[in-house]
Design a binder for this molecule. Structure first.
Ligand SMILES: [Zn+2]
Length: 251
């Protein structure tokens, strides 16, 4: 792919993020020439993909199946009341496109299976994992590790959320952290404000990684328990016998 330069119009659009302490022109150019995959674009992935699109990531691939339902509207910012009972995609993709014509948005109207996730990983520079269940989160972890693509795993429950940032081959992967899948709770409680907070932080990590700006949170777990007003960061250890990134039996 040819390396595209920034146009005067783009320099104007991103003016507020080009100074000292933010991206710089070089970082912005790296964003323009990068691809981010966001799977599930609900409470966390919606705000995350919006921040990536507005920030100027050149290609944002979003994946989310099904129809929007009324209870989604406490957190799914890419939706609207007129979209209830209608397929999320392509409305979510169209909304993102309406926010920045300088980037490309690719909408996938279902949750990718193993083969499709593998193919998507190979053409992505970063993966933002925002599904509600562990099966999908672990699938994205597997394909990210196999393709050596940085993974940002976002999770939410109630008024709390976590963020794990993985540099495959160097830092703990999601399977190192969760040797067994916890039980899945279909309709868990969640307040949209924490979803948006975790999603925005996931996007910020992606922007740092793609633009090579600041210090990404590789190998760490950030936990925000807004219910108790507590925040903590833990350094994660790789498991040598991890079945995904270590010497254990392959998953
Ligand atoms: Zn691992």
């Amino acid at each position: 792919m040819a390396f595209s330069q920034l146009t005067p119009e783009e320099l104007l659009r991103y003016d507020r993020q080009l100074g000292p302490g933010v991206l710089g022109t070089e970082g912005q150019l790296r964003l323009k020439n990068a691809t981010a995959l966001v799977t599930r674009t609900g409470g966390m992935g919606g705000p995350a993909s919006l921040a990536l699109v507005m920030g100027g990531v050149g290609r944002v691939i979003i994946a989310h199946g099904g129809k929007l339902i009324s209870p989604d509207l406490n957190r799914q910012v890419l939706g609207c009341e007129a979209g209830v009972d209608k397929p999320r995609m392509p409305r979510f993709a169209d909304y993102l496109r309406s926010m920045n014509r300088h980037v490309e948005v690719e909408g996938i109207d279902h949750e990718p299976d193993d083969d499709e996730a593998t193919e998507l990983a190979t053409r992505s520079d970063v993966i933002l994992s925002c599904p509600p269940g562990f099966e999908e989160r672990m699938r994205l972890n597997r394909v990210a590790v196999a393709a050596s693509v940085p993974l940002i795993d976002a999770a939410q429950w109630g008024m709390a959320g976590t963020l794990i940032v993985v540099k495959p081959g160097e830092t703990a992967c999601l399977r190192c952290v969760y040797p067994e899948d916890p039980p899945f709770e279909e309709l868990f409680p969640v307040v949209g404000a924490i979803s948006a907070a975790i999603g925005a932080l996931a996007a910020l990590e992606a922007i740092k990684i793609l633009s090579r700006t600041g210090s990404p949170m590789f190998g760490k777990l950030l936990m925000i328990d807004a219910f108790q007003s507590q925040t903590s960061t833990v350094t994660l250890r790789r498991r040598p016998d991890c079945p995904c990134c270590g010497s254990g039996a392959r998953e």
